[in-house]
Design a protein around this ligand. Structure first.
Ligand code: NAD
Length: 329
């Protein structure tokens, strides 16, 4: 472990913000960089070198990597299915962030580089059935990832690999499967399913509604990883000898209808599901095969979905109430 400054790219975002908080708590000297203005960061922590900059720009990446040992790249233009299916070009432009960060890290001889990839790199043919076979790392090839966002992730994974092979830069890559938890996006169009479910149920409860909208028929299956498990996994993967991209996700499978029902139980209400079959719904089924991460790191998710969703629901309910109190003041 380097004693130099640690860079978290995308530190104003959900996972980046939690990583910054964790590194700071461990006593590290952290620089957190994000394109958003500070009032939109989920966490702006004292004692951290917080910087607003566009990391698509190469010079900004050089400045961000100045004096840095470890780089964690969690910056990307991303969101849930509704966002990535309708913003493919924007998602692909994140390639500039990883490319310029890799170049800057190599030029400035940074010690280590972590890249946040995604389960969206996996071949769509392996995800046609709700009755899923969990995705193994080798299932990314032959390549047929999620259009736009997934292609960018797959390309950037390979850039990390070639910077390691050709220039000797220490790179590590994790493929996240649906991360959720407090202090992340819960409205505005970029939110993912767990946060969207919480918001819809909270709104229905507040407004006395009896129905909620579900995208697709709700039979789609997914797994969701709580943020604390994700942060622990990121640190373990960065410290590991694992050269190839590795899954970092939960293998607790649930249908989207099941997730909605879980949130209703947490909220103490029962709602009729109104299925919107023309809304973006992603692949039919996706789960993480955790054989490799268990074998190499002994990592397994420690927080069950129900427990994590209760914590997430509570935070989103507070945010929802704050926002609506401000709107009616
Ligand atoms: P997020 O949107 O909350 O965080 C990403 C941050 O990157 C945002 O704060 C955004 O402002 C910042 N950013 C975007 N463009 C930038 C730029 N040009 N310069 C500087 N900052 C920029 O998303 P997140 O959930 O925290 O995701 C973090 C990483 O993990 C992303 O790479 C994402 O693709 C990946 N990932 C997340 C999930 C998930 O379920 N959350 C799943 C798979 C992969």
């Amino acid at each position: 472990m380097s004693s130099k400054k640690i860079l978290v790219a995308g530190g104003g975002g959900f996972i980046g913000g939690h990583l910054v908080a964790h590194l700071k708590e461990q006593g590290h000297d952290v620089r957190s960089v994000d394109i958003k203005p500070f009032d939109q960061w989920y966490q702006v922590l004292d004692g951290v070198d917080n910087v607003v900059a566009d990391l698509k720009d190469r010079k900004n990446c050089q400045d961000a990597c100045d004096g840095v040992g470890d780089v964690y790249n969690l910056a990307a233009d991303m969101g849930g299915m509704g966002f990535i299916e309708n913003n493919k070009a924007l998602c692909m432009l994140s390639v500039l962030i990883n490319t310029h960060l890799l170049q800057a890290a190599q030029e400035q001889k940074c010690d280590r580089f972590f890249y946040a990839s995604s389960a969206c790199v996996y071949n769509a043919d392996k995800q046609v059935s709700e009755d899923v076979v969990p995705l193994k790392e080798e299932d990314a090839y032959p390549a047929m990832p999620e259009d736009g966002y997934g292609w960018e992730k797959l390309f950037s994974e390979r850039m990390c690999r070639h910077f390691r092979e050709d220039y000797g830069l220490y790179t590590r890559v994790a493929r996240f499967h649906n991360v959720y938890g407090p202090l992340g996006t819960w409205d505005g169009g970029r939110e993912k399913a767990p946060a969207a479910m919480c918001r819809k149920v909270i709104a229905a409860k507040a407004n006395g509604e009896t129905e909620m909208e579900i995208w697709g028929d709700g039979h789609q299956t997914r797994s969701f990883m709580y943020i604390d498990d994700c942060i622990k996994g990121i640190r373990m993967i960065m410290d590991s000898d694992i050269l190839e991209p590795i899954n970092l996700g939960s293998d607790e499978l649930i249908t989207i209808n099941g997730l909605a029902e879980m949130v209703q139980v947490i909220a103490g209400i029962k709602l009729k599901h109104n299925h919107n079959l023309s809304a973006p719904k992603g692949v039919n089924g996706r789960n993480s095969d955790n054989t490799l991460i268990d074998k190499y790191l002994g990592w397994a998710p420690g927080i069950k979905l129900r427990e994590g969703m209760e914590l997430t629901y509570k935070w989103i309910e507070e945010e929802y109430n704050k926002k609506h109190a401000a709107a009616t003041a």
